[in-house]
Design a protein around this ligand. Structure first.
Ligand code: OGA
Ligand code: MN
Length: 273
């Protein structure tokens, strides 16, 4: 039986209806799901009350799993394939290392030499309102550039740096940021990337890009700002409002995203990727 899809927005995303990711799923059905992943950039599976093992096994069907050596602090202690995104304080009461994960435009692991093909994020606890995630279709964004701009950026490489923007007023995150920079030296990535499976060109930019290779930060920043602003025009976006037990799968090769932080921080928000 063909999988039933429902589009999530004009720009990108589709909900896969009536599928249990932990249920029996033949190669043929997974093939259809993977084709939908390539076509829509994001897939939503609602009501997935599945175990960590089942989350991991379904993710493995998309490709080899990262064991997150680049982010050792953020992974689950017992499941290195799982990356935590939680504001749940540590056992000693100190703030979670991952409470500000994703609070800037990015594509996962772009600051490493092995950026993620895709990510499957599962929600365990969501605040009463908000805690949304915003996604941008980088293929549409690239296509909408002028021929002149396409020529200008064709040979450019962005220098991607790990770490997030400073959000807390205290020192939380400083140790983590230092550690991350030590483990992950800056990495150059092409500003225009060709999707290895669809062959389509996409912008590969974001707020982890500090400058272009061979250029100063001052020279680079105006163009970085322009490209991020362009790529995040409302018509290229999908905004996800989480419900508990959603699994959202996105294609990092043609989509970038940002956690909005539009929620009451005293409420629990717990996700695992
Ligand atoms: C991620 C991420 C965004 C969010 O898990 O890769 O950026 O809204 N999360 O939690
Ligand atoms: Mn992310």
């Amino acid at each position: 039986m063909a999988v039933r899809l429902r589009k999530l927005s004009y720009a990108l995303g589709a909900e896969v209806c009536d599928v249990n990711v932990a249920g029996p799923m033949g190669e043929r059905q997974f093939g259809e799901i993977y084709q939908a992943f390539l076509a829509h950039g994001i897939l939503l599976f609602r009501n997935q009350d599945v175990t960590r093992e089942q989350h991991i096994e379904f993710s493995r069907r998309f490709g080899e799993l990262d064991r997150h050596e680049a982010l050792p602090r953020d992974r689950h202690p017992d499941y290195p394939e799982l990356l935590m995104v939680t504001n749940d304080p540590k056992p000693d009461g100190s703030p979670s290392d991952t409470k500000y994960t994703g609070r800037q435009w990015h594509s996962d692991m772009s600051f490493t030499t092995a950026p993620s093909l895709g990510s499957l994020l599962k929600s365990y606890a969501v605040p009463e309102v908000g805690g949304d995630t915003l996604f941008a279709n980088m293929t549409l964004a690239y296509d909408a550039l002028s021929e002149g701009m396409k020529k200008l950026i064709a040979g450019l490489h962005g220098i991607h740096l790990s770490g997030t923007r400073k959000l807390a007023n205290d020192n939380s995150g400083v140790v983590r940021a230092e550690e991350q920079k030590r483990i992950n030296p800056p990495v150059a990535q092409p500003v225009v990337r060709v999707h290895p499976e669809t062959g389509r060109k996409a912008l590969y930019i974001g707020e982890k890009v500090k400058r272009f290779d061979g250029m100063t930060e001052e020279e680079s920043q105006p163009l970085i700002d322009y490209l991020v602003r362009h790529a995040t025009r409302p018509e290229f976006l999908y905004r996800h409002q989480w419900r508990k037990n959603d699994i959202l799968a996105w294609d990092n090769r043609c989509v970038m995203h940002q956690a909005l932080g539009d929620f009451d921080e005293t409420q629990l928000r717990h996700m695992e990727r």
